[in-house]
Each structure stands twice: as C-alpha cells, then as structure tokens.
Design a binder for this molecule. Structure first.
Ligand code: GCO
Ligand code: CA
Length: 255
C-alpha cells in the first residue's frame, strides 16, 4: 500500500534544468519511484551522461533539449515527447539561474535573463503541457520556487522577483487547471549544497548567518528534496493543489 501511494510506475516526467543540482536530484528521485524521466537542459553532453547514469541504475530516461523560454519550442518538444513515450504526466519546472549584484550595477540584460529562465520558462512549458495533460484526464505540474518566493535578500532582486512571481503563477495555474485534473504546486527549497550556491557556501559571513537562522544548523543536501518531489508527483499528493511546500530546515520559520 505504501509503495503504491508513492509509485510513479508507468508515468512520464519532464524535468527542466535536469543536468545538475536539485534538478538532477529530482530526476533521480522520480526515476527511482518508477517514472520514465525526460531530461531537459542546456548542456546536451552532460544530459547524455546523466541519461546513461539513470539507465545503469535500471531506470528509463531520455534527453530532450529545447529552449524552455520559447513557448513554440516547448510546444513542439512536448508533442515529440508524447509521440515517443505516449504520454506526459509530470512536469517539473526547475530550470533556474541567478545574478548577484548591487542594484546600481545590476544590468538590465541580467534582470531579463533571470526573469526569463526562472519565471517565463515555467509559464511557457506549462502552457505547452496543460492541453496534453488535460486530454489525458490530469497531470502534475511542480514548480521549483524558493524560500525567495516568501522572503527576500539583497543583491538578487531579479531572482527574488522571479521566485515571488513563480509562487503567483503556481496559484493562478492551480486555479485554472484544477478542473482538468491537473494539480499545480511549488516546492520552496531553502539553502542546498549545489553549484548555484557555491559562492554562498564559501562566504563565511553568509554561512554563519544562515546557520544561526536555520534550526537544523546545516545546509540541505540535494537528495533531501527527493521526498517532496515524489510526494507532489505521486498518488500521495493527489488532493494537494496550489500549495507551496517549504523544504528549508526551518530557516523561514525563525527570525
Ligand atoms: C541566493 C541564492 C539562491 C538560493 C535559493 C534559496 O543568492 O540567495 O543564490 O539561489 O540558493 O533560492 O532557496
Ligand atoms: Ca517504470
């Protein structure tokens, strides 16, 4: 009964930004729960290596590179995935970038790039999968937001704005797509040990502030996001819709 509750057997999941960090951790998790995972990202060579890693573990995987910020490209890619695998049940909008700079030196191009990859891409790929999932009678969209969807931090205005926007997109799509059997939720990770946070891990002042504020007194390991992703993608999460699931060791619970 427990295994059925958390099983993704027979499901097909598309994960953006899947080559490393949290995206890769979630790809491993969903594959381990039985899904065939379609890996998307900008680094085609790394994705091929990841696909082989999954296949070595006995999991089903394929690679599909396309520009997630382009809705026409996303629509064509989703059609190709459905053509090849017969269905698409789960979308994890994980692709993300950041730019850190004081406001006076923050280039407008960087602002646009961060909004594009972190927010517009989730809109574009969701737009492409929604009709497919609706035709199948339902599906799951999981947006990888951030604790920066709830609180802010200096020097990352584009990231904080994009992640707050992603929380809003999650709620809006949850409301619109619920009647099609599609749930739309977000996971809000706190600070995890990934390449993206490398500079912050090395920053002694940031690290000590974070450790003071985080009740578990440590950074998250990417594999600690697995349970949240499987939960929202599996039968266990069937009535959870429009929710922001914070996974941060308690950081945002404390002052
Ligand atoms: C930052 C980080 C963010 C965080 C993350 C917290 O500068 O605050 O780069 O990427 O790691 O979003 O969840
Ligand atoms: Ca399977």
């Amino acid at each position: 009964m427990l295994t059925e509750l958390f099983s993704l057997d027979g499901k097909v999941a598309l994960i953006t930004g899947a080559s490393r960090g949290l995206g890769w951790a979630m790809a491993l998790a969903l594959a381990g729960a039985g899904a065939h995972v379609v890996l998307n990202g900008r680094r085609a060579d790394t994705l091929e290596v990841r696909k082989k890693e999954l296949e070595t573990l006995g999991y089903g995987a394929s690679v599909h590179s396309f520009d997630v910020t382009d809705d026409a490209a996303a629509r064509a890619a989703v059609a190709a995935i459905v053509e090849r695998h017969g269905r698409l049940d789960i979308l994890v909008n994980n692709a993300g970038i950041n730019h850190r700079s004081a406001i006076d030196a923050f280039p407008l191009d960087s602002w646009r790039a961060v909004i594009d990859t972190n927010l517009t891409a989730a809109f574009a790929v969701s737009k492409a999968v929604a009709p497919v999932m609706a035709a199948e009678g339902g599906g799951r969209i999981i947006n990888i937001a951030s604790i920066m969807s709830i609180v802010g931090r200096g020097t990352i205005p584009a990231y904080v704005a994009a992640k707050h926007g992603l929380a809003g997109l999650t709620r809006s799509l949850a409301v619109e797509l619920g009647e099609s059997g599609i749930t739309v939720n977000a996971i809000c990770p706190g600070y995890f040990k990934t390449e993206m946070t490398e500079a912050l891990q090395q920053d002694v002042e940031f690290d000590s502030q974070l450790m003071k504020r985080t009740p578990l007194r440590r950074w998250g390991e990417p594999r600690e996001l697995a349970g949240a992703a499987i939960f929202l993608a599996s039968p266990a999460g069937s009535y959870v819709n429009g929710h922001l699931l914070v996974v941060d060791g308690g950081t945002t619970a404390s002052l």
